[in-house]
Write a protein that binds this ligand. Structure first.
Ligand code: THU
Length: 136
């Protein structure tokens, strides 16, 4: 699947966002090695800290469906009522969650960049990281 196709699915996921507190809606589309795509949106909470980002919603949904191998994730985000054309990079917590399941040398994060897309390897987004290797 192309980066642009995956971004289109992320836009569909963004439409499902529950974000009454920030007014900022985010959508993600996670392509698994199985070929399946899992969508995620941000889901907020009146107590704020229980809120979940779109990327983690996609990952947790996929993992709960039995997926363990992932190829890339597309992410789009913007204020309510605005089209998500500017890049919306994943927060640090989501980068750490991606690192738990993905090879940072291979897994890529695809962002919208105007009419185009921009792709980063996970290792570029979370260098010098803490992983399960540290616990050995
Ligand atoms: N958000 C995401 O869903 N993903 C990110 O990577 C950055 C932030 C959400 C969290 C919150 O619901 C809203 O965007 C504003 O921070």
């Amino acid at each position: 699947m192309s980066d642009k196709e995956l971004i289109q699915i992320a836009h569909k996921a963004r439409a499902m966002s529950y974000s009454p507190y920030s007014g900022f809606s985010v959508g993600a589309a996670l392509l698994c090695k199985s070929g399946k795509v899992y969508m995620g949106c941000n889901i907020e909470n009146s107590a704020y800290s229980p809120s979940n980002c779109a990327e983690r919603t996609a990952f947790f949904t996929a993992v709960c469906a039995g997926e363990r191998e992932f190829e890339k994730i597309a992410v789009v985000g913007a204020k309510h009522g605005e089209s998500a054309e500017a890049p919306c990079a994943p927060c640090g917590v989501c980068r750490q969650v991606m690192l738990e399941f993905c090879d940072p040398e291979i897994f890529s994060v695809v962002l919208q960049n105007g009419n185009d897309t921009r792709s980063y390897l996970l290792k570029e987004l979370i260098p010098a990281s803490f992983t399960s290797d540290n616990l050995k």
